[in-house]
Design a protein around this ligand. Structure first.
Ligand code: ARG
Length: 430
């Protein structure tokens, strides 16, 4: 029996189709729906729609549902559409008449919005924590390897001297920008839609400032019709932040996979983070980084997937919005898993501290040669030609002595600045 059923029979195939994956996906947001239901009940008490005794009964009922969810024992029964319906059903089973009173002044449309925002806030906080952990590791590795040279490439061709310190630090700084997007996504999720009901408010004197404070939202989505419009918009913005982070992680994973191969030999893996081959006895494959690369490449489609679901939808609620959850909810855990496994795999990554001595990297130092002539008074273009001639005639000899001093160069990584910039954003999440 549905919350909305009025005596007519529903076709079974249609029922299964419309319920879709909600009985599984809603298990992720049921906890938040219980929190919001408690707040809603308290608010109804405050405005006189429930007695103090009724509010207490509902709170006790919701507490027991919360415990059930936390123990992993909460399920959505067959034919019960979603977590919102299941929670009301269980309250009514537990409390009778009182359970039937909780839905005054709300709709599943603002319930799902509220639960999703609370869920997203918690998830973004966890992601930020994972970013912080990985950032610290990258910066630590950058400092530890700041004097270890690494070949730098452009066009996949040997280019200029870089360092492992620069390489690790570059990904640390990338995470700072990803965190800025994450913070923006958090701020957009941090607005209370509860009380917008089906998307047009209600004729009860709902105290929306109370529910905002009680649920720990920083602000309220004021206009009820706009509150409804944030379904999808909030997810899309969080999706952009996740996609940015995923892009950093996938590029990082790609670098590692490439540079750990025998043709480069810049890194080696701890065997505990490699897999073997069923046929080739010598293999230690970087499957972990490869899966991070694939999953993170896939995550970059998230904002596009959400955008397509939302394409041309007018204002107001549409059942289309339910499908957003299929893409959005699992993505949170996927990106958290990728961050975590990347952290551990990177912790055990070993750098080859003598790679630069390989003769094929002598060309990395041609610009040094040009710059030495420039410092001695030769115009740059003339110096460039002189060195090119030496390379052409085979008389070029690399000088491994480097003179990089400017901010952000291998001789002056500026990691203190990178750290300060990160901390400035991360303090928001603390
Ligand atoms: N499961 C639904 C969703 O995710 C809940 C809202 C249902 N509202 C409705 N008017 N049918 O969108």
């Amino acid at each position: 029996m549905k919350l909305w059923q009025k005596g007519e029979e529903i076709d079974k195939l249609f029922e299964r189709f419309t319920i879709g994956d909600d009985p599984i996906l809603d298990l992720e947001i049921a906890f938040y729906d219980v929190l919001a239901s408690k707040t809603h009940a308290r608010m109804l008490g405050k405005i006189g729609l429930l007695t103090g005794e009724e509010v207490e009964q509902l709170e006790r009922g919701l507490d027991s549902l919360q415990a059930k969810i936390e123990k992993g024992q909460f399920t959505i029964e067959e034919g019960i559409e979603d977590c919102h319906s299941q929670i009301e059903l269980e309250l009514t089973r537990m409390l009778g008449e009182v359970g039937k009173k909780i839905h005054a002044g709300r709709s599943r449309n603002d319930q799902v919005l509220t639960a999703l925002k609370l869920f997203t806030k918690d998830e973004l906080k966890l992601i930020a924590k994972g970013i912080d952990q990985f950032f610290e590791l990258l910066l630590e590795k950058s400092e530890a390897n700041k004097d270890v040279l690494m070949p730098g490439y452009t066009h996949m061709q040997v280019a200029m001297p870089s360092s492992f310190g620069m390489w690790f630090g570059s990904y640390a700084e990338s995470l700072t920008d990803d965190l800025i997007l994450l913070k923006a996504a958090y701020e957009i999720a941090d607005k209370n839609p509860l009380g917008s009901a089906a998307g047009y408010g209600a004729s009860f004197p709902l105290d929306r400032d109370f529910t905002t404070k009680d649920l720990g939202f920083a602000h309220v989505n004021v206009n009820s019709a706009y509150a409804q419009m944030t379904r999808g918009k909030m997810e899309k913005v969080a999706g952009y932040a996740i996609a940015a982070l995923a892009s950093t992680l996938s590029k990082f994973a790609m670098d590692v996979c490439l540079y750990a191969g025998q043709n480069y030999g810049f890194f080696s893996f701890s065997p505990k983070y490699t897999t073997g081959s069923s046929i080739m006895p010598h293999k230690h494959n970087p499957d972990g980084f490869e899966l991070v690369r694939a999953k993170c490449n896939k995550l970059q489609a998230l904002p596009t997937e959400l955008s397509f679901i939302l394409t041309n939808l007018p204002g107001g609620y549409h059942r289309d919005l339910q499908v957003l959850k299929e893409h959005f909810i699992p993505s949170m855990k996927i990106v958290r898993d990728c961050l975590e496994v990347t952290y551990y795999m990177t912790k055990d990554l070993t750098v080859n501290d003598s790679i630069i001595n390989d003769p094929k990297y002598s060309l990395l130092f041609t610009v040094e040669e040009v710059n030495k002539l420039v410092l001695a008074g030769t115009p740059f273009r003339d110096a460039y030609r002189q060195v090119a001639e030496k390379i052409g005639s085979g008389s070029y000899q690399p000088d491994y002595q480097l003179r990089h001093t400017h901010l952000g160069s291998i001789g002056n990584l500026g990691n203190d600045r990178i750290k300060a910039a990160f901390e400035e954003v991360y303090k928001f999440f603390k």
